[in-house]
Design a protein around this ligand. Structure first.
Ligand SMILES: [Zn+2]
Length: 144
């Protein structure tokens, strides 16, 4: 009789799947981090205040640079109008960053964006931000 095939190991998630998962958790974390008790946060480039559900996590240095994709100096709440339709409003974003972190920030980010990130610790970061989210107070549902 042929030997029974050993049970295959649970399939490991692909990098694409892990990235997608971390993107979602991290985006939620950034929007919640800056939200008030009503669950509202402000867009860093136009100032509009909306419920976290209607806001996005906007990157200054584009997400294609993995070294800054999940960096809290490079990611802030933005409304869809600024983030998508106005391509991030980079001039206003730069001014916001300089006001928040000082003159050297753009240079720092520019250096860091070229860093090569090998074996990115997706799973570790997913765990880390999941836990951070659990520590945050719940926000009420959006009313509209
Ligand atoms: Zn905006």
């Amino acid at each position: 009789m042929p030997r029974k095939k050993t049970k295959s190991k649970k399939e490991q998630p692909t990098v694409t799947q892990l990235k997608k998962k971390l993107d979602a958790i991290y985006s939620q974390y950034i929007r919640r981090k800056y939200s008030d008790y009503r669950g509202y946060c402000s867009c860093v480039t136009c100032g509009v205040s909306k419920h976290v559900k209607h806001m996005q996590c906007g990157h200054y240095v584009p997400r294609t640079h993995l070294s800054l994709r999940y960096d809290e100096r490079n990611t802030f709440p933005q409304c869809a109008s600024c983030n998508v339709f106005q391509k991030g409003r980079m001039d206003e974003y730069a001014i916001f960053l300089i006001n928040k972190f000082g003159d050297s920030i753009l240079n720092e980010l520019n250096i860091e964006k070229h860093k090569i990130t090998k074996n990115f610790p997706y799973e570790e970061k997913i765990r880390y931000y999941k836990e951070k989210l659990l520590d945050m107070p719940d926000v009420p549902e959006a009313t509209s």
